[in-house]
Structure formats: C-alpha cells, structure tokens
Design a binder for this molecule. Structure first.
Ligand SMILES: Cc1ncc(COP(=O)(O)O)c(C=O)c1O
Length: 417
C-alpha cells in the first residue's frame, strides 16, 4: 500500500485481503487443489523442500495451497504473523494447548465456555497431566490470582457461549503481559468483524470457522492465528528453543505445523478451505444482519411480560453492556438466551417453532434454537452447568439472516405455549 492510500475497510479486506495470487487460469476465486501429495522433478528438489531450504508443498496433511490461501486471508484479517487452519474449532483449541503445555503444566481459562472446550479442558487434558484452573472471566484480577509458574496459556471466549458474559480483554491482557503468559482468545462468535483481539492485547486468536466465517453450515474448520506479540523465547517454553533458532518469531507456528499438525493429523480438507474462503467474502453483510436481527429478537423478548431473563450483551440490562459496546463497536453478535421457567416450557417453545431449526450449531444463515442443558451440556453435572450459565430452563437462539419480521413472527407464535 502506498503511503497516500487509505487503509481498506474490513468489509473490503474480507474480499480482497491476501486473496489468491493471480491464477494461471485467471480464476477469480481460490481454486481447490484437491491433491493429497505434490510431485517434484528430482530427488534433490524434494529433499530441499523436506529440509526447509526451499518452499513447496509435499503432502496435504502438512500444507495445501487452498488451505494456505485461507490461512493468508485470516492472518491478514486478524493483523497476525501467521495462521494454521485445521479440521475444526476443537482441533484449533486442542492443538494450541498441546503446542504450549505438557504434563505438569497448567492453563487458566475463563469458566464460561463452549461445552466442547470445557469438556476438553476439564476432562481430557487432565488425562495428559495438564491442569486447567477456571476463573470468572469477568474478573480480570482472578486471572492474576490463578496464574503461577506452571501456567502456559490463558484462554477466554470473547463472548462466553452460552452464558454471554464478556471478558475485558485489554484488562486481562495487561495482567498476562505483566506475568509473561500468552493470552488466547476464542473469537468464534464475534469474528474479525466485531473485534480484532490483537488490538486489545491478545497474543493468539482461535476461531471455529465452522460458524460465522463459513456462514452456511456446510463445512467444519478451525484456525489458530499467532498475533506476533508474544516472545516465544520465554523460559516458560523451553521446548520451542529449536524452532526459535531456526525461524525466530515464527517459532510457535513452526512447532504447530511441524509437530502437532503433522503428528496429530488434524488437517483441513482443501474443499472445506475453499468453502470457508468463500464464506469469508460475505461475512461483512451477514454479520451485520445477524447482529441487527438478534438485537430485535432480544428487545422483543425482553419486553415480553411472560418470559424470564433475556441475556444479550446489546441489552442495557446486561451487566457487561458498556464493555461490550466499547469492545465490539456497537454490535453484539447473534446469540440470545432466555429462560422459560421449566424444561417442559422450553421444549414446547422449541417444538412450536416453524422457521427456526432445532440444531446444535450457530452462525448459519438459518435461525437455530437449542436447549443447551439436554444437549451440548448434558454430560456435565448440574453444578458445572450452573457455573456456565446453563440452567434447565435456558433456551439459546442463534439468530440467522432471514427477514427479522419473519423471525419475530416465528418466535412470537411459539411463545404462546
Ligand atoms: C465458541 C466456540 N469455540 C469452539 C467451538 C468448536 O468448534 P467446532 O465445532 O468447529 O469444533 C464452538 C462450537 O460450537 C464454539 O461455539
């Protein structure tokens, strides 16, 4: 960009930033390189690629041009150093944790988390000797108290799913920077459109790209972006030393690709990378509509005399509303929750909906509804569910991009139950 040129708006960057280099065919969209492996003219050439002396693709479990194009776009959108796209949001989170922590190490995590992340942190990681300390993500000082010598990562969601509480990322980052621990932020429900966590001090950003980035409910994927702000020479990460010696500040990305991605095999399929790249291009208009529709549904439910507590960070009644307004630029995402008193009343509401689909997903074009306690969170005990805001009478709506009047009409007719 020339000094006189204005920076492009994010909606434009979604379409043009790091878009695929000109293709020999002239294709305007990212071509799908649906190839397992790549061939070289001589044994010397492929040896040079394996040795890292020459850039090149070898095998799609390690790198693939269509996946690399998506990684370049997400790196640009988050203003990062580099990215690794993986097979799912859970693959992103588990790979990141395993790249930084090993047996005897600890992680500090905000306690309101997507159920899969909570289960990984609470149950699976303990089998590998990694302990997770959970703290209230809305209390920055709780992170200070929980961080110790064994801490290798601090992890929060930008808006806890489904509690919909909002951590103060800048305040938490001030603490993690002071104590020399990397801060990872799961920005799945906010996307780069609502927040660029790097600007608030996050060192690592993860997304389940299966949600809003894909946008159409047709491809699972995930990504880890290294913001480039954490010095991996930290004594907390001696295992990264060989990578630091070779690639400097790209050490974590190199360890992720060279070890975790290669060894665990959680690679992203090229066709999914293509669908995710296509999804990114329309994220701007979709996210605007998701947020505007959700704000209307939340206001409608909040004004309804017979419904229980409505939670949406855009409502002035939300305890973190002012922070959310500042942090997300006046847009508050697509998730709205409300209580109905009993599980039976939740089920009857869900069963009466005609337009909204009953589904354990979010970030689709369609409005989706779920009873979290009997689905994603059913394996947790009651106390764990309470901590995460999942009461038996809670309904989660993941508002889609249909016409808002039609969504409201559907919700209204289903409430009369
Ligand atoms: C906030 C958040 N993070 C991570 C995930 C996991 O993503 P995936 O389903 O792509 O593994 C989800 C899934 O719902 C999520 O909502």
């Amino acid at each position: 960009m020339h000094a006189t040129e204005k920076p492009l708006h994010l909606e434009t960057q979604l379409i043009h930033a790091a878009s695929a280099p000109e293709q020999p065919s002239g294709a305007t969209t990212t071509p799908v390189v649906q190839s397992t492996a790549f061939t070289y003219g001589s044994a010397e050439e492929i040896e040079a690629v394996f040795a890292g002396r020459e850039a090149g693709y070898v095998y799609s479990r390690i790198a693939n041009p269509t996946v690399a194009a998506l990684e370049a776009r997400l790196t640009a959108l988050e203003g990062g150093l580099g990215a690794l796209a993986v097979s799912s949001g859970m693959a992103a989170i588990s790979s990141l944790v395993l790249a930084l922590a090993g047996s005897g190490d600890e992680i500090v995590a905000g306690s309101s988390l997507f159920g899969g992340t909570y289960a990984l942190f609470r149950h699976t990681l303990s089998r590998f000797g990694i302990r997770v300390r959970f703290v209230d993500p809305t209390q920055p000082d709780a992170f200070r108290d929980a961080i110790g010598d064994a801490t290798r990562l601090v992890f929060v969601e930008t808006i806890g799913n489904p509690k919909l509480d909002v951590p103060d990322i800048a305040a938490i980052s001030a603490i993690t920077r002071e104590l020399g621990v990397p801060l990872a932020v799961d920005s799945t429900v906010t996307t780069p459109l609502l927040i660029q966590p790097k600007r608030l001090g996050a060192d690592l950003i993860v997304h389940s790209t299966s949600k809003f980035i894909n946008g159409h409910g047709n491809a699972i994927g995930g990504v880890i972006v290294d913001a480039g702000s954490f010095d991996w020479a930290s004594p907390r990460f001696p295992h990264l030393a060989p990578y630091l010696a070779k690639v400097g500040r790209f050490a974590l990305l190199a360890a992720l690709r060279g070890r975790l991605y290669r060894d665990l095999g959680g690679c992203l399929a090229p066709f999914n990378a293509f669908l995710l790249s296509m999804g990114l291009e329309s994220l701007g208009v979709r996210m605007e509509r998701h947020c505007a529709n959700a704000a209307r549904v939340a206001a409608f439910l909040a004004a309804h005399p017979e419904e229980g507590t409505v939670v949406y960070p855009g409502l002035e009644s939300h305890p973190d509303h002012a922070l959310a307004q500042r942090q997300f630029g006046g847009r508050y995402g697509a998730l709205v929750t409300f209580t109905r008193g009993t599980k039976e009343r939740c089920f009857s509401f869900i069963n009466r909906l005609k337009l909204a689909k009953n589904s354990a997903n979010l970030g689709d074009t369609r409005t989706l509804v779920l009873h979290p306690a009997s689905t994603i969170y059913r394996d947790l005990d009651r106390e764990e569910r309470w901590t995460m805001g999942v009461t038996d009478d809670l309904i989660r709506l993941a508002i889609g991009i249909e016409n808002a009047d039609d969504i409201l009409g559907d919700v209204e007719q289903a409430l009369g139950s």
